[in-house]
Design a protein around this ligand. Structure first.
Ligand SMILES: [Zn+2]
Length: 454
């Protein structure tokens, strides 16, 4: 049994049903759950005490969309300044050389940055399965997640439209639909854990409406609902996608999802930018992963975050994956969510509290979880500490505003996941970061040089 007592936390933002923000408070953790939140909690001699004076505690951030393998493809000069479709076409030429080892190290790089910036749970969307790889790439990600100690919602992505079928990717990275469904079922049977405090869950995630057939969307939906797992895909990210759906199906992207039975509380979408009033009504109860950095970099547009919230869409924040963001920094994503929301809505924009809620409990709800994202007795011990004694925060009168808008560093003082300290003073405790960094650089250079020398 392990136990920790967080002593004298200056501000604990609970995101509980009463929206309580507690001051000078203690939190007691035993094994993987929060046992008590209160003043002057007494603990056993053997309990590890952590002095939290001057710190803000949050339930860990929940990242709701990523493509971890892309951490190895940042700053590729051939595509760096391009919008989504030509950016994708250019990157597929590098991505087609992806190996299982690269998937493992790419995941480790992404997980490391997420954990160091306050994220305790992440989703990933892996849809690329080159024909020359072994195929069990998501198994590599799950192995990495378990070794580093992050809570992980892997999604079994898929692409079945290659260039021969009118799609964007080369034919060497798309799969047959029977193969996709068989591997989806294998992964659910092997890894999906629907219990409280689960560290690993699986969802099914065809890449986008323009990369698989309608039949595969329906078959994935049926398999997910039979097995009790969630559904995920990209949606309404660009006007090119809207035009594609109107030309090919005579429907807007959200209408297409409705026609496929792909709406409801077990579905979450990445981006959701180009939506009208009718679309937003249809999306009520489903989730939207807002990815501000990616949307800015690829010039995709601005997600109507405040309107989606008003329409009852479950909103989370996401770093998206990393070629379209260049980083996996969750704290920066929180700050950009606040800023871009204010760019769109001005004084009616979201408060720092609302943005932090979206990044924590909001993301948890989007992923169908009520056991994380809240600091409360009986919830998972996913806790992040930020030290506001740093000079970057000096002179700021509101700890929540300080967290969201101040500072030029985002490394947390401590990240605890499921009762284990994974990051301390910005340093990962569970892996050798230097080894991961060196291997990731080496593998990334090999892949990129292979393509450039062809
Ligand atoms: Zn994405």
């Amino acid at each position: 049994m392990s136990s920790f007592l967080f002593k004298n936390i200056s501000t604990a933002v609970t995101f509980d049903n009463k929206d309580r923000i507690l001051e000078d408070i203690d939190i007691l953790v035993v094994d993987n759950q929060i046992i008590a939140v209160g003043k002057d909690i007494k603990a056993e001699e053997s309990t590890e005490k952590i002095d939290c004076k001057g710190c803000v505690a949050l339930p860990g951030f929940v990242n709701t969309h990523h493509h971890l393998y892309q951490t190895l493809f940042r700053g590729i000069k051939e595509v760096q300044e391009k919008p989504l479709f030509p950016w994708l076409v250019g990157l597929y030429e590098f991505w087609k050389h992806l190996t299982p080892e690269a998937v493992y190290y790419g995941a480790m790089v992404g997980f490391s940055e997420l954990l160091r910036t306050g994220c305790t749970t992440t989703a990933d969307h892996h849809y690329l399965f080159p024909k020359n790889s072994s195929g069990e790439l998501i198994d590599e990600q799950l192995k990495a997640a378990s070794q580093i100690g992050i809570r992980f919602h892997a999604t079994r992505g898929s692409m079945s439209f290659g260039r021969k079928g009118g799609g964007l990717p080369p034919d060497s990275v798309v799969q047959k639909e029977e193969e996709i469904l068989l591997d989806s079922e294998r992964l659910i049977n092997k890894y999906h854990d629907n219990r409280k405090f689960a560290m690993q869950r699986i969802a099914l995630a065809p890449c986008s409406p323009f990369s698989v057939s309608r039949e595969l969307m329906v078959q994935s939906r049926d398999l997910a609902r039979k097995k009790g797992v969630m559904l995920h895909t990209h949606l309404a990210e660009t006007l090119d996608e809207e035009k594609f759906c109107l030309d090919k199906y005579g429907m807007r992207p959200v209408e297409l999802m409705e026609s496929l039975g792909w709406l409801g509380s077990d579905v979450w979408f990445a981006h959701v930018i180009h939506v009208n009033e009718k679309d937003m009504k249809l999306l009520k109860g489903a989730g939207a992963a807002h990815c501000p950095t990616s949307n800015m970099k690829l010039n995709s547009g601005i997600c109507p975050t405040s309107e989606l919230l008003k329409h009852g869409v479950k909103l989370g924040i996401a770093v998206d994956g990393s070629a379209s963001n260049d980083g996996s920094n969750m704290w920066e994503e929180v700050r950009r969510t606040y800023l871009i929301n204010h760019l769109k809505y001005g004084t009616a924009g979201l408060t720092a509290y609302q943005v932090l809620r979206m990044a924590t409990r909001g993301g948890a709800e989007l992923l169908g979880r009520d056991d994380i994202g809240i600091i409360e007795r009986g919830k998972a011990a996913d806790i992040v500490l930020f030290d506001l004694k740093d000079i970057a925060y000096a002179g700021c009168h509101d700890p929540l505003v300080a967290l969201v808008t101040c500072g030029n560093t985002s490394l947390v003082k401590l990240t605890m996941v499921n009762g284990k300290v994974v990051v301390k003073d910005g340093r990962l405790m569970t892996i050798n970061s230097d080894e991961i960094c060196n291997q990731a650089h080496k593998l990334a250079s090999n892949i990129v040089n292979t393509e450039r020398s062809l």
